[in-house]
Design a protein around this ligand. Structure first.
Ligand code: ADP
Length: 577
C-alpha cells in the first residue's frame, strides 16, 4: 500500500470520527505557531525605537505584547497537547479492539503460522508505533509549517536579499532526504519483525518454564533471546541514525545560511545601510525557524516508521478467515437430529495426509468410541466437526445437513467438548465454569457442580468457588480440571458431546468421580469419545477403529475382539481397567 492509500484508509477508519477535535487542535497549533513570528517581529521596534531611538514609553507596550505571546503559547500548548493525546489514545485503542475482534474470527491455519507472541506484538507494538503519528502530522502541518511560513514572511519583509542568502544551501537537502526513506523503511520492517520474534520467545519461555528448568536449558533460551534483542538494538540504532541525518543536514544548511547572512548583512549594518533592529528581527526569525524546520525534516522519516506498522496492521485486518459461515446459511437451521456422518473425508496439512477418505456414522443419542494408535487422526475428527479446520474433500453431516451449510456459531452451539487440555483461564473456579454467562440460577449452578463432582473438592478450599484456578488452571489437579470442564459442559447443555478421555492416570477416587460425572453427562446425548479406558469401549454402542487416517474396523467391543484384528491387538496393549 502506498503512503497515500494508507493515509486515506487511516482517515476513513479511525481519524474521520475525530475530525472536529483535530480541527480544533490544528487551529490551536496555528495560533501557537504564529506566536514565534510575532515574537521575532516585535524585536525590530524593541531595538530601533526603544534601545536606539530612546522611546522609553514603548517599552511597556512591547514588553507586555511579548509577555502575552508567551501566555497564549502556554494555553495553546496544554489544550492542543491534551486533545491530540486523547485522539491518539482513542484511535489506538479502537485499532487494538478491531485487531483483536478480527483475530478472533481467524482459524486454525492462521494460528498455526502466527504464534501468540507475533500477534501480541501486532496488537500492542504496532498500534503503539502508529499511535503518535497523527499527532506528529497535525503538529507538523499546524504548528511547524505555520511557524515556518510566518517566520519566512518576517524575514522576507525585513530583507528579501538576506532571505535569499539564508536559503542558498537548501537544494543540498533533497537527495539525501529521499535516499534515507527507503533505508528507514527496510530497517523498521526488520525491527518490527524482530520485536514479534522477541514476544514469541518470551511467550514460549514463560509457558514452558517447567520444561526449561527440568531440561536445564536456561542458558540456551537466554542465548536465543540475547541474539534477538541484539538485532533489535542494531536495527533500531541504524534506523534512528539514518532518520536523523535529515535534520542533521538541515543543521548544516542552516549553518551555511547563517554564515552567508552574517557576512553580507553584517557588512551592511557596519556601514550603516541597515539598522541593528532589522538585523535582530531577521536573525531571530532565522533562529526560531530552525527548530520547526528540523522537526519537519524529521517528519518523513517518522511517517515511514509508522507506515511500516500500519501496513502490518492492515495486512492482518485484510486477512479473511478460511473457515467461514456459508453466506446464505440461516442462523437457526432446523436439524433433523444430532446424528453425525463422515463421508469420504480427507484432510492433509501440507504434504502430510492426516485423514484419507474417512467414512462413519454416529447415531443420535448413542455413544460412539474412536479408537486407534496415537496420530491416527482421532482429535482431527473433533476439529473437523467443530470446523476449527475444513477438509480438502468429502462431506460431514450433522442431522442430515452438510455442516458447511450451517451457520458457524449455530454449529458450535451443538457441541460440548471435554478434553484433556480443556483450557482453564487464570480466573476463579466460578468464572471458569460460568464463562461469562449470567443466565444461570444458583440452583442450576449447584446442581451442575454436584453432578460434575466439583462440590467435593471446592468445599475443601478456603475460598471455595472463588479460588483462582491459576495460569492455565495450574492451581488445580488433573482430575479437578476435568471435573471443572465437565461442569462447564453440563451448563452448556449442548446436544452433542465430544469427549477426549484422559490418558494420564488419575487416582482411583478421582477416576471414579470423573467417570461417574461423564456417564451422567453423556446420557441421552450423541457422544463421540476418544477412548482410553476399557469400560468406555465396552459400553460404547459402536467402536470406530482408525489407523493412519483410515477407518480400518467398525463394530461393538465383543464383535471386534472376536475378529482378532487391530482392535483386538490394541485392546491388549492400550486399555487399562
Ligand atoms: P490422534 O488424536 O489420533 O492422536 P491427531 O488427530 O491429533 O491424532 O493427529 C493426526 C495427525 O495429524 C498427526 O500425525 C499429527 O501430527 C497431525 N496434525 C494434527 N494437527 C496438525 C496441525 N495443525 N498441523 C500439522 N499436522 C497436524
Amino acid at each position: 500500500m502506498t503512503s497515500r492509500r494508507l493515509l486515506a484508509r487511516l482517515w476513513r477508519d479511525y481519524l474521520r470520527a475525530h475530525r472536529l477535535g483535530m480541527a480544533v487542535a490544528l487551529a490551536l497549533m496555528v495560533i501557537e505557531g504564529s506566536t514565534l513570528a510575532l515574537l521575532s517581529y516585535a524585536l525590530e521596534p524593541l531595538f530601533d525605537r526603544v534601545f536606539v531611538g530612546g522611546e522609553l514609553g514603548a517599552i511597556w507596550v512591547i514588553g507586555g505584547f511579548i509577555l502575552s505571546l508567551f501566555l497564549v503559547r502556554a494555553v495553546t500548548l496544554v489544550a492542543s497537547r491534551t486533545m491530540l493525546t486523547a485522539i491518539a489514545q482513542r484511535t489506538s485503542a479502537a485499532m487494538q479492539v478491531d485487531l483483536l475482534r478480527h483475530i478472533l474470527t481467524l482459524d486454525g491455519g492462521f494460528f498455526q503460522v502466527n504464534p501468540p507472541g507475533q500477534l501480541i506484538e501486532r496488537v500492542q507494538g504496532d498500534t503503539a508505533a502508529v499511535q503518535g503519528v497523527w499527532s506528529l502530522l497535525i503538529t507538523g502541518v499546524g504548528r511547524d509549517s505555520v511557524s515556518l511560513v510566518a517566520l519566512t514572511v518576517v524575514a522576507v519583509s525585513v530583507d528579501p536579499v538576506w532571505a535569499a542568502f539564508a536559503v542558498v544551501g537548501t537544494p543540498l537537502l533533497i537527495l539525501p532526504a529521499l535516499a534515507v526513506q527507503r533505508y528507514i523503511r527496510r530497517k523498521v520492517a526488520q525491527l518490527r519483525e524482530q520485536a514479534g520474534r522477541r514476544a514469541t520467545r518470551l511467550d514460549e519461555i514463560f509457558h514452558g518454564i517447567t520444561a526449561i528448568k527440568l531440561n536445564r536449558i536456561e542458558n540456551y533460551q537466554l542465548g536465543r533471546f540475547t541474539r534477538i534483542v541484539a538485532s533489535i538494538v542494531s536495527a533500531e540504532t541504524k534506523s534512528t541514525a539514518s532518520r536523523v541525518t535529515v535534520p542533521a543536514m538541515i543543521d548544516i544548511v542552516t549553518g551555511i545560511g547563517f554564515f552567508t547572512v552574517i557576512i553580507f548583512g553584517g557588512g551592511e549594518i557596519a556601514r550603516g545601510e541597515r539598522t541593528v533592529g532589522e538585523f535582530m528581527a531577521f536573525f531571530s526569525a532565522m533562529t526560531l525557524a530552525f527548530q520547526p524546520l528540523r522537526r519537519l525534516g524529521d517528519m518523513a522519516g517518522q511517517w515511514q516508521t509508522a507506515a511500516v506498522s500500519l501496513r502490518r496492521i492492515y495486512g492482518l485486518l485484510d486477512r479473511a478467515p478460511v473457515v467461514q459461515s456459508h453466506p446464505a446459511a440461516p442462523t437457526h437451521l432446523a436439524l433433523a437430529d444430532t446424528g453425525l456422518r463422515f463421508e469420504s473425508v480427507s484432510l492433509s496439512y501440507g504434504e502430510h495426509a492426516v485423514l484419507r477418505g474417512v467414512s462413519f456414522t454416529a447415531e443420535p443419542g448413542r455413544t460412539t468410541a474412536l479408537v486407534g494408535p496415537s496420530g491416527a487422526g482421532k482429535s482431527t475428527i473433533f476439529n473437523l466437526l467443530t470446523r476449527l479446520v475444513d477438509p480438502q474433500s468429502g462431506r460431514i453431516e450433522l442431522g442430515g445437513q452438510d455442516i458447511r451449510d450451517v451457520d458457524l456459531d449455530h454449529l458450535r452451539d451443538q457441541f460440548s467438548v471435554v478434553s484433556q487440555e480443556s483450557s482453564l483461564f487464570d480466573e476463579t473456579i466460578r468464572e471458569n465454569i460460568l464463562l461469562g454467562r449470567d443466565d444461570i440460577s444458583p440452583e442450576a449452578l449447584a446442581r451442575a457442580l454436584a453432578a460434575a463432582h466439583v462440590t467435593e473438592f471446592v468445599d475443601t478450599l478456603p475460598l471455595g468457588l472463588e479460588t483462582p484456578a491459576g495460569p492455565r488452571g495450574s492451581a488445580l489437579s488433573g482430575g479437578q480440571r476435568q471435573r471443572v470442564a465437565i461442569a462447564r459442559a453440563i451448563l452448556r447443555d449442548a446436544p452433542i458431546l465430544l469427549l477426549d478421555e484422559a490418558t494420564s492416570a488419575l487416582d482411583a477416587t478421582s477416576e471414579r468421580l470423573v467417570q461417574d460425572a461423564l456417564d451422567r453427562l453423556s446420557e441421552g446425548r450423541t457422544t463421540l469419545v476418544i477412548a482410553h479406558r476399557l469400560a468406555t469401549v465396552r459400553n460404547a454402542d459402536k467402536i470406530v477403529v482408525l489407523d493412519h487416517g483410515r477407518v480400518v474396523e467398525e463394530g461393538t467391543h465383543d464383535a471386534l475382539l472376536a475378529k482378532g484384528g487391530l482392535y483386538a491387538g490394541l485392546c491388549r496393549l492400550q486399555f487399562t481397567e
